[in-house]
Design a protein around this ligand. Structure first.
Ligand SMILES: Nc1ncnc2c1ncn2[C@@H]1O[C@H](COP(=O)(O)OP(=O)(O)OP(=O)(O)O)[C@@H](O)[C@H]1O
Length: 346
């Protein structure tokens, strides 16, 4: 089912939660709404669900305006499923009854069969008669997912569905959810403030800031070609180096980096990805000194002081055991792997 927002603005008194937001989600597509707290993600989700009415603009389901005040379509008639951050299972109902809650239109036998099928899909058919408090967080979230998909909604809306799960469980449930969404074919919107969640699960990411969409694209597009410094910061913990533009390049304490599109004489910020920096033997490239080294398994996290740069450069690399904190090293920053933005663009 296609879901669209056309010029949607949402005000709550003096607060403008959304400003002129337009977005089309294709049938079967999984879209992540990504952004910091308060940027309007949940509000957009609530408008799609129909629990909120837009101050201006339209919400479209299969091309039909469902937000028109004269012909407003109530949430229960939109064919939309919802998964909340806190699972929102009814504590006094069994798992089976929770899943059957959305199936009230079906007869008892049919509802039970549907609920069992949905629970089986998330690997929890054996928990049909259990109560939510008897389940772990991950299991409760799977039940919430089963409840949402059981009525076969055309659109599935999920608000921070993994944020209450610990790291390891989060990865498992997220991957299971991705597989399930693909299987059900529901058009899905997932709200998250975690770029990794967004990149792992979504076909497209919608990056929001202060009630507006600032970039839409695949995870790779947003990571490789962020439209602004703000967007870039979301996807990488850069070392940021200030400089100014002269002769089509930015002069910084860490070298000159091409900036053909920036005005001469303007201030710029060069973003250096930690895993792109190479540590080479002393005497090559920039002179540096290792000031910290932390073993992180697959790679080390290093801090390297570079002459003329007042902060340490953050580096992710596998380093030979022969190099110790305090040693002098060479630092290579491949100039075609940095991102350059106007300093004003923050
Ligand atoms: N019912 C409401 N009444 C008043 N202000 C609201 C209401 N709902 C949302 N807001 C405000 O609108 C803005 C956007 O809120 P929203 O919940 O959509 O953000 P969010 O991006 O989902 O944030 P979070 O990640 O913290 O959930 C915030 O400033 C919020 O305080």
């Amino acid at each position: 089912m296609a879901l669209g927002f056309e010029g949607v603005t949402q005000r709550f008194g003096a607060v403008t939660a959304l400003s002129d937001v337009s977005l089309t989600v294709r049938p079967g597509e999984i879209v992540a709404l990504l952004g910091q707290s308060g940027c309007g993600k949940t509000t957009l989700l609530r408008l799609a669900a129909g629990v909120e009415r837009p101050s201006a603009g339209r919400v479209l389901l299969e091309g039909r305006d469902v937000s028109d005040p004269a012909r407003f379509v109530e949430p229960e008639h939109r064919g939309v499923g919802f998964v909340f951050q806190d699972y929102a299972l009814f504590p006094h109902l069994t798992v089976g009854e929770n899943v059957r809650f959305g199936l009230r239109g079906q007869g008892a036998a049919a509802a039970e069969a549907t609920a069992l099928r949905a629970l089986a899909r998330v690997g929890l058919a054996d928990f049909y008669g259990a109560y939510p408090h008897m389940l772990s967080g991950g299991e409760q979230q799977r039940v919430a997912l089963a409840r949402a998909i059981a009525p076969r909604p055309g659109v599935l809306l999920m608000d921070e569905p993994f944020s209450n799960l610990d790291r390891r469980l989060r990865d498992v449930v997220r991957d299971e959810t991705a597989a399930l969404l693909e299987e059900t074919g529901a058009t899905s919107i997932i709200v998250t403030h975690d770029p990794e969640d967004a990149m792992r699960i979504a076909d497209r990411i919608v990056l929001m800031r202060a009630g507006r969409i600032i970039q839409v694209g695949t995870g790779e597009e947003l990571y490789r070609t962020p439209a602004s410094l703000f967007a870039a910061r979301f996807f990488c913990d850069f070392t940021e180096v200030e400089g100014w533009v002269a002769g089509g390049a930015v002069d910084t304490p860490l070298g000159r980096f091409a900036a053909p599109d920036l005005p001469e004489g303007s201030d710029a910020i060069v973003c250096i990805r930690p895993h792109r920096v190479r540590i080479v033997p002393k005497g090559y490239y920039l002179p540096g000194r290792l000031v910290a080294r932390r073993f992180l398994g697959e790679f080390d996290h290093l801090l390297v002081a570079v002459e003329g740069f007042d902060r340490a450069l953050s580096v992710r690399a596998s380093l030979s055991d022969e190099i110790a904190v305090g040693d002098e090293v060479g630092v290579e920053i491949p100039s075609d792997e940095v991102l350059v933005f106007p300093a004003a663009d923050q």
